[in-house]
Design a protein around this ligand. Structure first.
Ligand SMILES: NC(=O)c1ccc[n+]([C@@H]2O[C@H](COP(=O)([O-])OP(=O)(O)OC[C@H]3O[C@@H](n4cnc5c(N)ncnc54)[C@H](O)[C@@H]3O)[C@@H](O)[C@H]2O)c1
Length: 320
């Protein structure tokens, strides 16, 4: 049984994952090299819990209990040595992750599980220099980890069966929906599907077919509206396979198939338009607007969760 977890990296994803684990009644040590990131993580967690109580998916008295289960530290040894599972959520830099694994492999329990939240680095590459590659696995949470149900699970040939079984059980226990891929593939499934859609979307904007704003509206009002309840495979069944075969045969020859990211994105990056973290990306943001967008996103995702699971929509199981 997994009873104590370490989350390494308290950024956007790390603080959300720590919150989910604490909410499920499990003790979690949240570690970051940077004290300021840890402080920010705890204020984000408090804000998220407040919203959940306001929206009645969390009992009001649960907030302080959950916060007590999450301890913050900048001491790596203290953080990981007694833990059954370590979830690595540091920045997406291979060297950084591998250096961290070298530091922790010598100070963890023999039966530890080391999970990475990497978006795109294959497990075989992550564990190239690992002493215990069989104890590693990828658990890919999506942003915001507090609310999106899916966690992609990626293994490799050497992954210990015990690591896979216990990870699958653990992800279900914290209220998430784990999907294990049958084999490792760059980008896994979520990011391959999203990258395919984005490649076509940017291409259509470059071809002056549609504006950037309208791409968002088209997805929100069309496919996105359906996809929360009807997946694309069921959508094809409902539309008719013969019809979809004709559509795909017509379109496949003309779909964008470039091997690099669109020049539109390259230009935005070169001009420092990196997204909300820079105050400007495809659109412009100030702090107030960003706060409002995140608040409204989380508020609406909570309503979606309630709709998808109307009987038991509480965000926690409060086991301990
Ligand atoms: N942001 C997303 O939407 C998203 C979604 C899914 C997966 N991911 C993946 O999750 C991981 C983290 O992404 P993020 O968006 O939370 O990044 P982030 O930049 O918000 O946070 C990274 C944190 O790691 C800390 N850190 C850096 N080096 C460290 C070290 N050696 N030890 C401890 N802490 C260290 C930083 O101080 C920072 O707080 C990445 O692998 C990323 O690809 C991100």
């Amino acid at each position: 049984m997994i009873n104590r977890i370490a989350v390494i990296g308290a950024g956007i994803m790390g603080n959300g994952i720590a919150q989910v684990i604490g909410t499920a009644g499990i003790h979690v040590n949240l570690y970051d090299i940077d004290q300021a990131s840890l402080n920010k993580a705890f204020s984000t967690i408090e804000k998220n819990l407040d919203l959940m109580t306001q929206k009645s998916i969390l009992d009001i008295e649960a907030k302080s209990t959950i916060l007590k289960r999450i301890s913050g530290t900048t001491n790596l040894k203290e953080c990981v040595s007694q833990c059954d599972m370590i979830i690595e959520v540091v920045s997406e830099i291979l060297d950084l992750k591998q250096t961290l694994y070298k530091q922790i492999e010598n100070i963890v329990k023999d039966d530890v599980i080391i999970a990475s939240n990497t978006s795109a680095i294959p497990l075989t590459e992550l564990t190239q220099q690992a002493k215990i590659p069989e104890r590693f696995i990828i658990t890919h949470f999506m942003n915001p980890a507090t609310l999106v149900p899916l966690v992609e699970i990626i293994t490799q040939d050497v992954t210990d069966v015990d690591v896979i079984d216990r990870t699958m059980q653990f992800i279900k226990r914290i209220g998430k929906s784990p999907i294990r891929l049958k084999k490792e593939i760059p980008g896994a499934v979520v990011n391959r599907l999203q990258a395919a859609l984005l490649r076509e979307a940017f291409h259509l904007v470059e071809q002056d077919v549609v504006s950037l704003q309208d791409i968002d509206q088209i997805i929100k009002d069309g496919p996105g509206f359906r996809w929360a309840f009807i997946g694309p495979m069921q959508m094809v069944d409902l539309g008719g396979l013969d019809t979809w075969k004709r559509i795909i045969d017509h379109l496949s020859p003309v779909l964008e198939d470039s091997k690099t990211c669109s020049s539109l994105v390259q230009q935005l990056v070169e001009n420092g338009r990196l997204g909300t973290k820079a105050g400007k990306g495809i659109f412009d943001y100030d702090d107030n607007l960003l706060e409002r967008i995140i608040f409204e996103r989380d508020r609406d995702f909570i309503e979606l969760l309630k709709l998808r699971n109307p009987v038991d929509n509480k965000a926690h199981t409060l086991e301990a």
